[in-house]
Design a protein around this ligand. Structure first.
Ligand code: SF4
Length: 253
């Protein structure tokens, strides 16, 4: 791999597990690109199926993630697991990552400079995994990957076809589970949005991995760095009841 972590022809699309492991080992696990390396316990690169068609991208590791090295392993992770169970999948079926791979002290919001420094890791993960759909959790991931300043309360539940890191994906923003955890109305909206994932995923191309990866770009088209500093905002009032669980046995994952 080159300095940017791009595949040099020895891994990548044909063996995403090996490519991802190599990228994490060579570029992420010892990363010192931003000051967060000074305060982290360990890097939290991401976890799940390197061939997943569905990828979730959150904000940053928290206290528990920093100690365990696994994304979404606290209370928000429990809610994410419940939401996944509602659509008939588990963590092992998807890939879960964050915008930042190291915990901001005190769980503060990611700083723009930290996002700038760390985004290459996320883009490279997307380039390797080649998901069909990326579900962004909250403002920071949504703004980074959409390249738009719109807050999550405006765009949640609105799917958007995009090309990110050279990969055609369906971007699908939803509320962050941590923000929804203690707000019943937001949690209800989040559950309704997540319940749409199987149908949305069924509508996109069956296997982007089968397509030629093509030339890798430094950064994906449409991913300008807006100053993503706003906190999670109050959601719109839910306009739909939480749908019944819809286990997908559709062969989508
Ligand atoms: S947050 Fe990202 S850029 Fe900063 S040290 Fe950790 S891995 Fe590197």
């Amino acid at each position: 791999m080159d300095e940017q972590g791009r595949d040099d022809g020895t891994g990548g699309a044909d063996d995403p597990g090996a490519a991802l492991e190599a990228y994490h080992r060579e570029h992420v696990l010892e990363c010192t690109r931003c000051p967060l390396h000074e305060t982290r316990t360990q890097v939290v690169p991401g976890d799940g199926d390197p061939r997943a068609r569905l990828m979730f991208v959150g904000e940053a590791p928290g206290y528990h993630e920093d100690r365990q090295g696994v994304p979404f392993c606290g209370a928000a992770g429990t809610l994410l697991d419940e939401l996944l169970a509602g659509i008939g999948v588990t963590r092992a079926d998807v890939f879960v990552a964050n915008v930042l791979k190291c915990r901001p002290p005190g769980n503060r919001n990611p700083a723009p400079g930290e996002i700038d420094a760390c985004q290459r890791h996320l883009f490279r993960q997307i380039e390797i995994i080649r998901p069909a759909m990326i579900c962004t959790l909250g403002n920071f991931a949504t703004r980074l990957l959409s390249g738009r300043p719109d807050g999550i309360s405006r765009v949640h539940g609105c799917e958007l076809p995009m090309t990110i890191a050279g990969v055609d994906v369906l971007l699908y923003p939803v509320y962050h589970p941590a923000a929804a955890l203690y707000t019943p109305s937001m949690k209800q909206v989040l559950a309704a949005d997540v319940a749409r994932i199987p149908a949305l995923l069924g509508d996109v191309a069956p296997s982007p991995r089968a397509a030629s990866p093509g030339a890798a770009a430094d950064e994906p088209a449409g991913a300008p760095q807006e100053a993503a500093s706003a906190p999670e905002t109050t959601p719109d009032a839910p306009d739909a009841a939480v749908p019944a669980s819809s286990p997908t046995q559709l062969g989508l994952f």
